[in-house]
Ligand binder design. Structure first.
Ligand code: SF4
Length: 412
């Protein structure tokens, strides 16, 4: 079996992976755009604040993670370094509408997705600057940009690179990567492409336990090849033959999945392989590495700690509706209390009306009577792609709707 990659991704001549030497300038701008005095106040006051008869509790870990911090900072550095050049992102820099609109305001365009305008990969020129997001890009996209010769600013998060290493290792050793993730998510597309860099490298993406059960049913001989291939047709590497490519599997995760679910999926797959191949030979058939990143884990743990410690009346979770890690925070919180996922403080329309995306649904809905009439204990958290100013604005807006001036209560 060949261990040589099919795609040798040559690096372009101007390739920046460690910033552009303009950290101080970028940090000053970031602070101006995303800082929140209110959030800092909460951080230094045991993460809670009483405003009238509302008592707010901020999760211990929330908001921008190290990978997002770095990606956004590099975009600001790029704007400073190349003021005259066209600069593009391959897609959303992170899954937060506020930050993506800010990129557009800074004159940074998008080559794909809902924020793209008139330039796509086809129209790129050698002298253009292209920023690769924290999720990374596929090997094919990287190769394409290298071939054009663009200046590349690579912000792929170190935790994502670690997953890539695992998947590469699986492919080199003849193991199929079974990736717990969403096959259309940028990170999972990029990660799975690492498997197919290698001859004989294959991948399968499972999004939840239900799909994992289907894989286990195939392994146990309870699901036909046709049913398997039909169900997973969008989530498989080209040429995937389940009988052959499910004999040796290695599990990895999209970094932002629900960690408890990822662990359960890995365990379920291990049991299926043990049943089929026996414990004596399991090392030749099954491998697993938990690749949930520490930032995702910390935010999930902090939500659980908060909802278990406080009898909250409700929890506000702030973050993009397409943000995987934010959605998982909502899922966790909603098992203990009413959880409202809002993508912007303006979703808090009035004390009687809120726009939000319910857990497990894809569309925003409007709900009434969401805020208790009297006193309330309210939890707050934000996904890894939500800047602090949006958290502070949400809290401030809610207090204003109740007729309070939050500043009065910060002094007391
Ligand atoms: S969520 Fe984790 S993997 Fe993704 S950018 Fe943040 S730190 Fe990196």
């Amino acid at each position: 079996m060949s261990s040589l990659p099919l795609v040798e991704t040559a690096q372009p001549q101007q390739y920046f992976q460690k910033g552009l030497g303009l950290k101080a300038v970028a940090q000053e701008q970031l602070s101006r755009h995303y800082h929140s005095r209110l959030v800092e106040y909460l951080r230094t006051h045991e993460h809670n604040l009483r405003v009238g008869n509302l008592h707010f509790f901020l999760a211990k870990e929330f908001g921008f993670c190290y990978g997002v911090d770095r990606a956004v900072e590099y975009a600001y550095q790029a704007r400073e370094k190349f003021p005259e050049r066209r600069i593009f992102l391959t897609g959303e820099i992170i899954h937060n509408p506020h930050v993506n609109y800010r990129m557009l305001e800074m004159g940074i365009g998008f080559l794909s997705g809902q924020y793209s305008q008139d330039v796509s990969f086809e129209n790129l020129r050698k002298e253009d600057v292209v920023i690769l997001p924290a999720f990374g890009v596929t090997t094919a996209e990287f190769q394409r940009l290298s071939n054009i010769g663009c200046i590349m600013i690579d912000t792929t998060c170190g935790s994502v690179l670690n997953v890539w290493k695992r998947v590469e290792q699986y492919a080199r050793d003849g193991f199929t990567s079974v990736i717990h993730g969403k096959y259309s998510h940028e990170e999972t597309r990029a990660t799975s492409s690492q498997a197919t860099k290698y001859e004989h490298g294959h991948f399968l993406v499972v999004c939840d336990m239900e799909e994992t059960e289907m894989v286990c049913a195939y392994i146990a001989g309870r699901l036909s090849r046709e049913e398997f291939l039909f169900h997973f047709k969008n989530a498989l590497s080209p040429g995937f033959e389940p009988e052959q490519h499910l004999q040796k599997i290695g599990v990895a995760n999209q970094t932002t999945m629900l960690s408890s679910e990822s662990l359960a999926i890995a365990e379920r797959l291990k049991q299926a392989m043990l049943t089929r191949y026996g414990s004596g030979d399991i090392a030749n058939h099954f491998r697993n590495f938990d690749t949930i990143c520490s930032a995702t884990q910390d935010r999930q743990d902090a939500v659980l700690e908060l909802v278990k410690q406080q009898r909250l009346d409700l929890m506000l979770v702030i973050g993009g509706y397409n943000s995987s890690n934010t959605n998982h925070l909502v899922d966790l919180a909603s098992t203990y209390t009413k959880a409202y996922h809002i993508d912007d403080p303006s979703c808090l329309e009035s004390v009687d009306c809120i726009r939000h995306k319910p857990s497990g649904q894809s569309e925003e809905v409007t709900s009434r009577e969401w805020l208790p009439k009297g006193g309330a204990k309210i939890g707050l958290t934000a996904g890894a792609s939500t800047p602090n100013n949006k958290v502070g604005e949400a809290l401030e807006r809610l207090t204003q709707l109740r007729g309070y001036n939050v500043e009065d209560w910060m002094m007391s």
